[in-house]
Design a protein around this ligand. Structure first.
Ligand code: NAP
Length: 255
């Protein structure tokens, strides 16, 4: 018996990377899974690749989390097609890195919108169902960059904002049987970090090797590392944990 048998998990930005790895983990533990991403065809293709347990279902839905009406419609579609909603993972994210003096207003707005407004829109849509059924698990993706990172004034502010958002959800929603937590990943090997390698003109291999060398466990992280922590934090075993941010970073910020 899996920890997520009979549960429905919604994961945003899950056509690839950490989101897809987390979707795979929830599916392996028995959940029905909704993969949301900007492009519906990619979301459906990713949903089709999930290995589900018997009786579980998967759906791929196109949804820009910045659009409140789209977020609301996507959550309703999940409830209609998968029979409910129990877990929401706000994972969709982007970077628009630049030093402050070169950062445009658009770079600022876009990053704030996807991480903060996106998590707000999705959480608002899901909490209605969670409050009604007096059960729900919310997981938000923060980052070690929340602690400050050169070239990421926008991303860092958004990711620390996610931590404040998570603490407030813990306070407001706790009385309704809802837990809200965050994971702050360190370097995870995905297309997001591969794109950063290209931006700083390094090969993916060299960039990953440098990241591995600079942290205590001497390796980079993989989507599975985040998925394992997500599967714990959204489980009933973690029901006395709320409002917290767990750093999953190989000790990168220990000093
Ligand atoms: P990724 O490989 O770039 O995947 C992000 C996914 O989110 C993409 O499929 C992207 O779609 C989708 N997305 C972007 N904007 C969206 C929107 N408005 N609505 C819906 N979906 C949207 O990123 P990742 O590395 O897996 O990162 C996942 C999360 O972890 C992000 O929140 C990121 O900030 C956080 N994180 C990552 C790392 C890391 O080292 N990788 C470290 C700390 C935190 P498109 O492909 O169409 O753009």
């Amino acid at each position: 018996m899996g920890r997520y048998d009979g549960r429905v998990a919604v994961i945003t930005g899950a056509a690839r990377g950490i989101g897809f790895g987390t979707a795979q983990r929830f599916a392996a533990e028995g959940a029905s899974v909704a993969i949301l991403d900007l492009d519906e065809a990619s979301a459906q293709e990713a949903a089709g690749r999930l290995e589900l347990v018997e009786g579980a279902k998967a759906v791929g839905i196109g949804c820009d989390v910045v659009d409140g009406a789209a977020a609301e419609a996507a959550v309703q579609r999940v409830v209609d097609e998968l029979g409910g909603i129990h877990v929401l993972v706000n994972n969709a994210g982007i970077t628009r890195d630049n030093l402050l003096f070169k950062m445009s207003e658009d770079d600022w707005d876009l990053v704030m919108n996807v991480h903060l407004k996106g998590a707000f829109n999705m959480t608002k849509a899901a909490q209605k169902h969670f409050v009604e059924q007096r059960y729900g698990k919310i997981l938000n993706l923060s980052s070690v960059s929340a602690l400050g990172n050169r070239g990421q004034a926008n991303y860092s502010a958004a990711k620390m904002g996610v931590q404040g958002f998570t603490r407030t959800l813990g306070i407001e929603l706790g009385p309704f049987g809802i837990n809200a937590n965050a994971i702050a990943p360190g370097f995870i090997a995905t297309e997001m970090t591969d794109a950063t390698a290209a931006r700083v003109k390094m090969s993916v291999e060299d960039f990953r090797a440098a990241a591995a060398e600079s942290n205590p466990v001497k390796r980079v992280g993989f989507p599975e590392d985040i998925a394992a922590a997500a599967a714990f934090l959204c489980s009933d075993e973690a029901s006395y944990i709320t409002g917290q941010t767990l750093y999953v970073d190989g000790g990168a910020k220990l000093g």
